[in-house]
Design a binder for this molecule. Structure first.
Ligand code: 5CA
Length: 439
């Protein structure tokens, strides 16, 4: 992509309305535009990151055996009356009436709809276990939308729903999602800690929130610092095998949100030097709620004995749009964003430090063509901006690799390869730069 033809509305001024660094940087870097309180348009740079995150979430869901579908954003109120949540959900639910005076709502979550789909087709334990997920926009009319994508009203969520014959099988499904979450967040360069959590309006009595520690986070947490160094399962993890050892390892070290914090246990189990009481960003939450929805909505399957029984369910959410902000909170410096490679909007940027000079133009064009041909997502800054401005833009938008092409280096046959993560620079030939980015 040539920057001169891209749409990257960078802001010179720091927007006053943004209270936290991720929100400020997303606005300044031209990723996002607020259209109403808690409702945003995703501009091209922001959308690229959102899609990368979505794809990692999708790959790890698929790997764990979940199956993708897509449910609509609008749902019938009557469906929610079946579970009793239409009234219970309160003012956070956006209620809509269509031209036939039919009551609808913009879905804040999908337990009811997926249960309705399930009960329409599945009648036997032989079709279980089943885990269906989608990645879809949700709406919650939050009292205080704030911090940009962190607490939006419209936001993108991955939500998965598992169906099992009994509690033991449902716990296995829960464990698969637990492990998938460990892997998902690690692939994005995040340390997200599973913490015991309250279940709130989703219900049930078993739940973990996955939390990225950050001072700007909205959740208060207590944990043993040892939990920060536990190993994340590799891509050879066997989802059909026994995952209990992994779960045990992760859940036997103290980690809880303040809502379910057990002060006595914390005192007893955690040595003073390992006690952490801090804040964090909830990037995902998983729930086991048993027969809460299947009882009320009559989602029954016949067991091996031929007797119908309500299925045991769980639901598993990831805050896909919130993750964009969470990653920036974890990866930035005073100059801007430092995207982990896995979620970066472009892998590399070419900075032509003397636009219009025959030698730098030719070298940049050649690099741009070669990298593009080799499948590297590259942004070529071919604008008239001065070198200082190009450095600032590339640092602000956080591209992991920058190739600086100036007349002095070129005279020696080199360009400078800069790594955004640590600022390290190296003089290499253009061919070496290409080799580094393609191997
Ligand atoms: N049905 C369940 C699991 S699928 C559910 O809705 N869980 S949830 O309420 O915990 O939401 C899942 C994730 O969505 C949260 O962990 C959080 O990362 C994200 N999320 C929730 N509310 C918002 C919001 N207002 N803005 C941005 N992300 C949000």
């Amino acid at each position: 992509m040539r920057l001169s033809r891209f749409f990257l509305p960078i802001l010179k001024e720091t927007p006053k309305e943004a209270e936290i660094v991720s929100h400020r940087l997303m606005l300044r870097a031209g990723m996002l535009r607020q259209e109403a309180a808690g409702i945003y348009a995703w501009l091209p740079l922001g959308l690229r990151v959102l899609k990368k995150i979505e794809q990692i979430v999708r790959e790890e869901q698929n790997r764990a055996g979940a199956i993708e579908c897509l449910m609509p954003t609008l749902q019938l109120a009557d469906l929610w009356r079946e579970s009793g949540r239409y009234d219970a959900y309160g003012p956070e639910m956006l209620r809509i009436t269509d031209r036939h005076k039919r009551e609808l709502l913009y879905g804040p979550t999908n337990e009811e709809m997926i249960t309705e789909i399930f009960r329409s087709y599945v009648r036997s334990y032989k079709n279980l276990p089943l885990n269906l997920y989608h990645i879809q926009w949700k709406f919650r009319d939050e009292q205080r939308p704030r911090f940009g994508v962190m607490r939006g009203r419209e936001f993108l969520m991955k939500d998965a729903y598992s169906f099992d014959i009994d509690e033991a099988a449902a716990r296995k499904s829960y464990n698969r999602m637990f492990v998938a979450y460990l892997r998902t967040f690690a692939r994005m360069g995040l340390k997200a800690i599973p913490m015991r959590a309250e279940t709130g309006p989703i219900g049930g009595d078993l739940s973990h929130e996955f939390i990225v520690l950050a001072d700007t986070g909205e959740s208060g947490v207590f944990c043993d610092s040892d939990v920060l160094n536990l190993p994340v399962p590799g891509d050879d993890v066997d989802y059909d095998g026994d995952l209990t050892a992994i779960i045990k390892q992760w859940t036997s070290v103290y980690a809880a949100t303040e809502d379910v914090h057990d002060a006595e246990r914390f005192e007893r189990e955690v040595p003073a030097e390992k006690k952490l009481n801090t804040r964090g960003i909830e990037v995902g939450q998983i729930f086991y709620f048993g027969t809460k929805y299947s009882d009320k909505m009559k989602a029954l399957v016949a067991g091996p004995d031929g007797v119908d029984a309500p299925i045991h369910g769980g639901s598993y959410g990831v805050g896909v749009s919130r993750l964009v902000g969470a990653i920036i909170e974890a990866c930035h410096d005073e100059n801007g964003i430092k995207w982990p490679e896995a979620v970066a909007p472009f892998r590399a940027a070419i900075l032509n430090l003397k636009q219009g000079a025959a030698d730098t133009d030719a070298a940049c064009e050649a690099l741009y063509k070669e990298l593009s041909a080799k499948g590297v997502d590259v942004l070529y800054d071919d604008t008239d901006q001065r070198a200082g401005g190009k450095f600032a833009t590339a640092d602000l938008i956080g591209i992991p690799w920058q190739i600086l092409v100036g007349p002095k280096g070129l005279a020696d046959g080199t360009v400078e390869l800069k790594r955004r993560a640590d600022g390290s620079r190296e003089n290499v030939t253009p061919a070496e730069a290409v080799a580094r980015l393609t191997t």
